[in-house]
Design a protein around this ligand. Structure first.
Ligand SMILES: [Zn+2]
Length: 178
């Protein structure tokens, strides 16, 4: 189920109005619980979160997305891949990891259709989250583009593609059946 943003705003607005009205009438924002009738104190506040995440040490990854490429990092000592890429190796503390463009081919390990979405994802249509084993030997977890989920089979060949996430329009990676 997709709830358009305007619809969400309306839902939140009407909820806030209701609590306001109860507070006006009763003097307290207290409502009965739906199932038990037990009194509930309603603490409603609107939150807008903004995260600022430093990406200078993994900027190559984001530059890669702009070129339609997906990069991982690799520890030359331990020969281990990190994806999503990280700047430091947790095994040998090496800060000078190699940047490797992922070949992008792999095999589907598992997937799930998300139709009960977190509040901030309600404006997206139901989406498929999948895990695939890449040819390089590490797993990728991300959204999967698939026309008919009922035909999706574990073990099917998949590839990583870079596409925009709408409606926001930012570049990100998806799995797709080959
Ligand atoms: Zn290492």
């Amino acid at each position: 189920m997709t709830i358009p943003r305007e619809e969400l705003e309306k839902m939140v607005r009407s909820w806030l109005d209701m609590v306001e009205e109860i507070t006006r009438n009763e003097g307290l924002p207290v409502i009965p619980a739906e199932k038990t009738g037990d009194p509930l104190w309603v603490d409603v506040r609107e939150l807008r979160l903004k995260y600022l995440i430093p990406i200078s040490r993994v900027k190559r990854f984001f530059d890669g997305l702009k070129e339609g490429k997906v990069y991982a990092t690799k520890c030359p000592v331990k020969n281990v891949f990190f994806f999503p890429p990280q700047a430091d190796c947790p095994y040998c503390m090496d800060e000078n990891l190699e940047w490797v463009e992922i070949d992008g081919e792999g095999v589907l390990l598992t997937y799930t259709v998300v139709n009960v979405k977190p509040a901030s994802y309600l404006h997206y249509p139901d989406y498929v989250v999948a895990i695939a084993r890449m040819n390089e030997g590490f797993n990728v977890l991300c959204w999967m583009n698939v026309d008919d989920v009922s035909k999706l089979k574990i073990g099917t060949k998949v590839r990583l593609v870079v596409k925009r996430r709408e409606p926001e329009g930012f570049l990100t990676y998806y799995l797709e059946p080959v």
